[in-house]
Design a protein around this ligand. Structure first.
Ligand SMILES: Cc1cc2nc3c(=O)[nH]c(=O)nc-3n(C[C@H](O)[C@H](O)[C@H](O)COP(=O)(O)O)c2cc1C
Length: 384
């Protein structure tokens, strides 16, 4: 039976505030922050907020149906869980919790290469209904091993990451001396003591680790060492040749994530990729970049019908999902929203976040007089 709706947290903003109260400061900063001056982070939100929708009150309308098809699967709603590294740091077991939520609600879950559960665990939890985000390894043997593991676990869709050619410059993490697992300094110890529920959960379930990568990496890395390991192990800068190689190897649907330009979308299309996620990594990489909703427009005009076009970065609510879909995205993913959920509510957080988003989206569509997700573009106020 579904848990009763938690009336303390009617919105993702409430979950964010709850997470801030419940997890240590350096963990909240890692999750919440963007890069440099957080300009791109803010633009994702404000540009999305500027999208306006028109209601048609007097048109006949039936029941709202949120079901959406992607790559031959029908999902119950047009949103899913974006890949996030180290979910287990925000709340122990967080990666598994979100995979469970997605599986139970028939939503896509994307496991990060840096996720805190292993490919095999997530394969089991989702009965193979998961997507896997691959950081492209320098070593072809490691790439083959990761792909073979994903395949053996039943992964449906492979997601290649384009937008991390460098480790983002994040002053809050530098200031906090962020490390994996966290370093015990007087400051981090104090922050952990101030959040006893988080400390107790970690004591019960163990320190977070990058379980899919565990067999390839040394333990106990500080931020600098982690950045060095990532730089050495993965070629962040993807090329057309990488796309061709992985396209030849991967039999299922292949998606490029982190697309911000028509140029990159064209290269993805020319190498036979099936879809793109228009994204700027939630404002964590290029502070001077465009918001993802702004980048979307010209990409949709040129590639609609040729590539499946999805969007993330800045989505926090049902109205935001409606705005993105009205602007031409076929599907949305959310990173922080789900993470705030587990930060605030632990094991209940994934389900509660999905419930908020679904209720809000249903209400917006009923208000607009829009029965089908695919009809949302008719409600866009153009030319702003
Ligand atoms: C803490 C954190 C860690 C992330 N780790 C990854 C990752 O390992 N791989 C990846 O492809 N994207 C990663 N992302 C980016 C998300 O997949 C997604 O693009 C972004 O969160 C979307 O923006 P939103 O948080 O505003 O929804 C991460 C984002 C956050 C906030």
């Amino acid at each position: 039976m579904a848990a009763p709706f938690d009336h303390r947290f009617p919105s993702v903003d409430d979950l964010r505030a709850g997470a801030r109260r419940r997890i240590p400061g350096f963990v909240f900063d890692f999750l919440d922050g963007g890069c440099n001056d957080n300009v791109n982070l803010g633009r994702n939100r404000s540009d999305l907020g500027d999208v306006e929708l028109r209601p048609f009150y007097l048109r006949p309308h039936g029941r709202v149906d949120l079901r959406t098809e992607l790559f031959g699967r029908e999902y119950d709603a047009p949103f899913g869980v974006a890949p996030v590294g180290l979910q287990g740091l925000v709340w122990p077991g967080g990666c598994e919790t979100l995979a469970r939520t997605a599986a139970a609600r028939h939503l896509p879950f994307i496991l990060s290469t840096c996720g805190s559960a292993s490919i095999e665990q997530i394969g089991e939890i989702t009965s193979g209904e998961f997507w896997f985000q691959l950081y492209n390894p320098v070593d072809p043997a490691m790439r083959e091993d990761l792909l073979a593991r994903a395949e053996a676990a039943g992964c449906r869709v492979l997601v290649l990451l384009a937008d991390v050619p460098t480790f983002g410059y994040r002053p809050h993490d530098i200031r906090n001396r962020f490390a994996v697992p966290p370093k015990l300094t007087p400051r981090t110890i104090l922050q952990m003591l101030l959040r006893p529920a988080w400390g107790a959960a970690v004591a019960r379930r163990g320190k977070p680790a990058l379980l899919s990568l565990g067999k390839y990496m040394p333990a106990n890395l500080d931020l600098r060492q982690l950045a060095d390991f990532m730089d050495r192990t993965f070629c962040g800068r993807l090329t057309g040749d990488d796309l061709a190689r992985i396209r030849a190897r991967w039999r299922g649907p292949l998606v490029l994530k982190g697309v911000a330009t028509e140029e990159d979308a064209e290269i993805a299309l020319s190498h036979g990729l099936d879809g793109i996620i228009v994204s700027n990594h939630g404002g964590r990489q290029l502070d001077a970049g465009q918001s993802s909703i702004r980048a979307l427009g010209s990409i949709v005009d040129r590639f609609r019908g040729k590539l499946r076009i999805m969007l993330d970065s800045g989505v926090r609510s049902g109205p935001d999902i409606a705005r993105a879909l009205a602007s031409g995205a076929e599907f949305t993913f959310l990173g922080r929203a789900f993470m705030y959920g587990i930060g605030a509510l632990g094991d209940r957080g994934g389900d509660h976040t999905a419930e908020i988003l679904e209720r809000q989206l249903r209400q917006v569509m009923e208000q607009l007089g829009c029965d089908l997700v695919a009809d949302l573009p008719r409600h866009l106020v153009e030319g702003r």
